[in-house]
Design a protein around this ligand. Structure first.
Ligand SMILES: Cc1cc2nc3c(=O)[nH]c(=O)nc-3n(C[C@H](O)[C@H](O)[C@H](O)COP(=O)(O)OP(=O)(O)OC[C@H]3O[C@@H](n4cnc5c(N)ncnc54)[C@H](O)[C@@H]3O)c2cc1C
Ligand code: FES
Length: 280
């Protein structure tokens, strides 16, 4: 199976969107799933949230961050990935919640936000509110027009107020929690922000499910690298998550685990930069 890239466009200066042929993943996809990409036969496995599945294609939003995501950014439509594995993870139940909010502030969170809102909106009895925050006007995705249709209400926020409401997703959520009855919150994005958001929802006694991104090596539950602690119990983000009850996550442990791999990643990036210099 050739996992050919059929679309590749910039979402902003840091993030891009790709559509890739992956029929098996597309067929079984449920919102909240992620895929594992392997760009070349000796490449690392990188997990990516799936924004949508249509026909035999899946869509992913990718941040130009380290070695693999930057290398993939140099590829074009027609190029093929070595492997696309999935769908991975255990998504939260899609059911009637009442007034349900999905808040996101980062690339993977925005992908999950679109995917979840689209399905939650189809369920009778749900009123779906999507909050997406970006640092400034230039960072807002061009796809936001479509994201608006995915929810009953769409609230765009920017940190500097250059477009939409001024503030972060947490500020917007706090206003909503003050103004009206919210039955359920989902959130995806920056881990320290998700910790803060979980604390906020606890204050208002509203349940919250958040994505807990951890470093994944095999993403099949074998290596233990993505372990998280939920209510004191060890879980694996790749198979039990990555969405967990935000009120039960040991956030301090999750944050310090993420920091463990920084040195190795910097080394890989430096190596890649040296290789690119040699090519030029
Ligand atoms: C369930 C899940 C869903 C994700 N969804 C998205 C998404 O939709 N869009 C997106 O841009 N990114 C997403 N990520 C993060 C993405 O996997 C990493 O950014 C990617 O692996 C970076 O690889 P790199 O070689 O470019 O960067 P590296 O230099 O290797 O890493 C840069 C940063 O990426 C994260 N990271 C690196 N390797 C992994 C790994 N194997 N598993 C998890 N995180 C890693 C770490 O925070 C690290 O500091 C997701 C991660 C998880 C766990
Ligand atoms: S990534 Fe290896 S157990 Fe989850």
């Amino acid at each position: 199976m050739k996992h050919t890239i059929t679309r590749k466009e910039d979402l902003n200066a840091a993030d891009y969107v790709i559509d890739v042929i992956a029929p098996k993943v597309a067929k079984k996809f449920r919102p909240g799933n992620f895929a594992v990409l392997i760009t070349r036969s000796n490449g690392e496995r990188i997990p990516m949230s799936i924004e949508k599945a249509e026909g035999d294609k899946i869509t992913m939003y990718i941040k130009r961050l380290g070695k693999t995501s930057r290398e993939l950014d140099t590829w074009n439509v027609g190029d093929a990935l070595y492997k696309v594995i999935g769908p991975m993870g255990t998504p939260p139940p899609l059911k009637k919640y009442g007034t349900v909010v999905f808040a996101s502030d980062l690339v993977c969170g925005h992908a999950e936000n679109n995917a979840m809102c689209r399905e939650l909106k189809k369920i009778e009895g749900n009123h779906v509110i999507s909050i997406q925050s970006f640092p400034t006007k230039e960072d807002v995705y061009p796809e936001k027009e479509r994201a608006k249709k995915d929810a009953d209400e769409y609230i765009l926020a920017t940190g500097d107020g250059s477009v939409g409401r001024k503030g972060h997703m947490i500020d917007v959520l706090q206003e909503l929690l003050e103004e009206r009855k919210i039955d359920m919150v989902f959130a995806g994005g920056d881990i320290p922000a998700l910790q803060k958001l979980s604390e906020l929802t606890k204050k208002y006694n509203v349940p919250v499910m958040t994505t807990v991104r951890q470093i994944m090596v095999d993403a099949t539950g074998m290596c233990g690298s993505c372990r998280v602690f939920i209510d004191g119990e060890q879980k694996l983000a790749c198979i039990d998550g990555p969405m967990f009850d935000g009120h039960k996550v040991d956030w301090e442990a999750a944050i310090s685990r993420l920091a463990m791999f920084k040195g190795k990643e910097a080394e890989a990036m430096e190596c890649y930069n040296e290789k690119m210099k040699a090519v030029v």
